[in-house]
Design a protein around this ligand. Structure first.
Ligand code: KG4
Ligand code: ZN
Length: 364
């Protein structure tokens, strides 16, 4: 069967066509994965501006659909999946309304999808071959859900969310921890802004951090590791942002604008975020006897995070599963994939009239 995935929860308009060969372990083939980015539009504001994002989605949806269908070679799909939460209400509604109309026109089922489940499942389907795809998107990337990975602990880190989820099976989730304030990606975005780096901040911080050499440390910056040793699985990143701001303000203008300071600060920010994320993730993996750790969400594109997680999990014989980097950030494919499993489980709202944007949707 084929399924169309529509994603508009934040600032990317994503539409993908996924083909599924059903069987005991379904096999997936990506027929297309078109994306319209709005980074240019929001860069000026240093973050996503909801009413502008909505306007862009309205403009981009028909164009992205056309592109995705053309690339896939199909005229319509057997089902449509759309993100209904969590995310920005005006953006979610735009995608949902577009999907409702299309489902009616094509006379196919409409499946509402949890954005976070999309981020989670796209990591699960990664395999050897898909780990390092070429930078340009590959349409013929085949993938399959691997055997023997449950129970798993999933760390989903994006611009809006930071969650630890116990995955007993596909569709069987338990939220075991989340951020109490800012998300990890948000922390990168906000601290990057303090340092004068453009939006989105995550890739910029990573780039600056990669250029820092520890032996060249001049500034002895030491940031906190918030909530690292609390007994729960929750996170907090707003204090980290404040600590960066204090350090920055306390430095003379010339010093804090130097390339050396920005690189050293970026490295310490990245290290601090990774330390807390992975400390709690590994603790959860041990406590719940996880066979694998799944990484997902925009921040999972971070090379250092991927590298350290792979090492730490490897050391205790736990597998790591993560999406290829170009599927870490928001895309329609992850929605099509989660949509397929939701459709098969038959546990979704069947009347499209009743599908509504749910900005604060929580997994499990
Ligand atoms: O999942 P996503 O595309 O959108 C949301 O659902 O929020 O995540 C976007 C977030 C942004 O905060 C961005 O700064 C962060 O992912 N990000 C990264 C990297 N690439 C994107 N953070 C750290 N390192 C990266 N390489
Ligand atoms: Zn996301």
């Amino acid at each position: 069967m084929t399924i169309l995935g529509i994603e508009t929860s934040c600032d990317d308009t994503g539409i993908a066509v996924l083909e599924v060969t059903e069987g005991e372990t379904p096999a997936f083939r990506i027929l297309s994965n078109a994306i319209a980015s709005q980074i240019d539009v929001h860069q000026e504001y240093g973050g996503v501006f909801p009413s502008l994002a909505k306007r862009e989605h309205i403009k981009n949806l028909p164009i992205t659909l056309k592109k995705s269908l053309q690339e896939s070679g199909v005229e319509k799909t057997d089902a449509i999946a759309v993100t209904y939460g969590p995310g920005l209400a005006p953006c979610l509604w735009t995608g949902i309304n577009f999907a409702k109309e299309l489902a009616q026109k094509w006379n196919v089922p409409l499946v509402p999808v949890d954005h976070m489940e999309g981020h989670l499942l796209i990591g699960l389907t990664a395999n050897e071959k898909s780990q390092n795809p070429k930078p340009k998107f590959q349409t013929n990337l085949n993938f399959q859900v691997p055997n023997d990975v449950f129970p798993a602990v999933a760390l989903i880190v994006s611009g809006g969310h930071t969650q630890l989820v116990l995955v007993k099976d596909i569709g069987d989730y338990q939220l075991i921890g989340e951020t109490r304030d800012d998300a990890a990606g948000e922390c990168f975005d906000k601290t990057a802004r303090i340092l004068g780096l453009p939006y989105p901040g995550g890739p910029e911080i990573a780039k600056q951090a990669a250029d820092f050499k520890i032996q060249n440390s001049n500034f002895k910056i030491s940031l906190p590791r918030p909530m690292m040793h609390t007994k729960d699985y929750d996170f907090s990143f707003s204090g980290l942002k404040t600590a960066v701001l204090y350090d920055y303000k306390a430095r003379p203008e010339q010093e804090r604008q130097s390339k050396e300071y920005i690189q050293e600060m970026a490295s310490e920010i990245q290290q601090s975020v990774i330390d807390v994320l992975l400390h709690k993730t590994m603790k959860a993996a041990e406590e719940f006897g996880a066979k694998s750790v799944i990484l997902g969400g925009g921040v999972s594109a971070n090379d250092e995070l991927r590298h350290v997680l792979t090492n730490k999990a490897g050391a205790i014989n736990v597998k790591t599963l993560m999406p290829p980097k170009n599927l870490s950030t928001d895309n329609g494919l992850m929605i099509a994939l989660a949509g397929y499993f939701t459709y098969k489980a038959n546990s979704y709202e069947k009347n499209p009239e009743n599908i509504a944007a749910t900005p604060n949707l929580r997994i499990a």
